[in-house]
Design a protein around this ligand. Sequence first.
Ligand code: USQ
Length: 395
Amino acid sequence: MNILVLGGDGYLGWPTSMHFATRGHEVLAVDNYLRRTIARQTDSEALIPTPNLQKRAEIFEAVSGHEVQVEIGDCTNYRFMERIFSEFEPDAVVHYAEQPSAPYSMIGYEEARETLNNNLNATLNVIHAVKEHVPDCHIIKLGTMGEYGTPDIDIPEGWIEIEHNGRSDEFLFPRQTGSLYHTTKIMDTDLLWFYVRMNDLRVTDLMQGPVYGLSTPEADMDDRLVPNFHYDDIFGTAVNRFLTQAVAGVPLTVYGEGGQIRGYLNINDTLQCVELAAENPVDPGELRILNQFTETFSVNELAEQVQRVGNEMGLSVDIQHIENPRQEPEDHRYNPDNSGLLELGLEPHYMTDEVVADMLERLLQYEDRIEEDRILPRVSWNPETEEEEASEPVS
Ligand code: USQ
């Protein structure tokens, strides 16, 4: 297949590009380095240095013999997107080209506007470029489990049957998020659903939970092919942050009560899921929604596992509950369905103690590069803690 990866320089975009190329597909990775730019602006650069996308593609070709084509450009520029889609003629487009940080989207007006503009315009451009130039192309869109929020009822895969006044019909599950970033993903889903109905597009929307890990078969071929690993409060997710904090000897920053439950997955399972979606395209006029995670646990359980494994390795790991800079429930029900990808053939890699130990071992090599002033939250949108917590504005 011809696989177009939008956001090909990202934490998931780069490993995805290598993964498809290794399996013999033609791959074109597109990126405008937005995340690298924001990371520089907010003092949130990745822990492990990563060469730019063109360089990574050269290194990958030298060590593997497989090619990832690269185009540097902005997915919010429709003329650029038209050229890419009409020249490359993708069979599937994997759309990761979004500003992915909840805290960044909540800093202030400029960051909110940038997140909204980037995410919605990129999605609209993907839709129109497909509609105009490659109508049979399967759009594989990365959504987020955060679209659902944490409702007090079970979470299905995208759709719910609603009975009202004695009649029933099927609708998108009601969604309510805790950040503007997550809200842009709801809006993306609504846009996609509209165009699926109007134009018979083929779309898979993958509702993904937080991803962890920095080892994939391709990334392990050369240190310079490592996925971008962030540990700061803007781009670092709880898993990556806790691992780095354990290595740095800083107490693990559990926000609030720590009862926040999420659905997590290993980066290798993201690669499997996206490949399974591509290999099993939906029919024209179908929006398939799949929940992409393999296990659920609370922030407290995650912190306790990192603490236990870290201490067994001789690190001295403390856990500290700090005021939650976010507005989110800290004690809630969480029972999402994730059967769709398992039925397609996903073979999960779970977060075992061995997996945690491997990640800690790897990070110990970069201990000297950890900057401790990136660890405490610098962005707050919890009105109760905003004043005292947002110590230094980042923009
Ligand atoms: N948390 C802590 N301590 C920290 C960092 C986070 O307790 O130092 C808590 C947060 O308050 C939250 C949970 O951990 O309750 C998850 O936060 P996160 O930063 O790991 O993940 P999140 O902001 O939700 O976003 C990440 C990715 C995003 C993706 C999302 C999937 O950055 O792109 O969409 O995970 S999900 O969480 O399912 O919405």
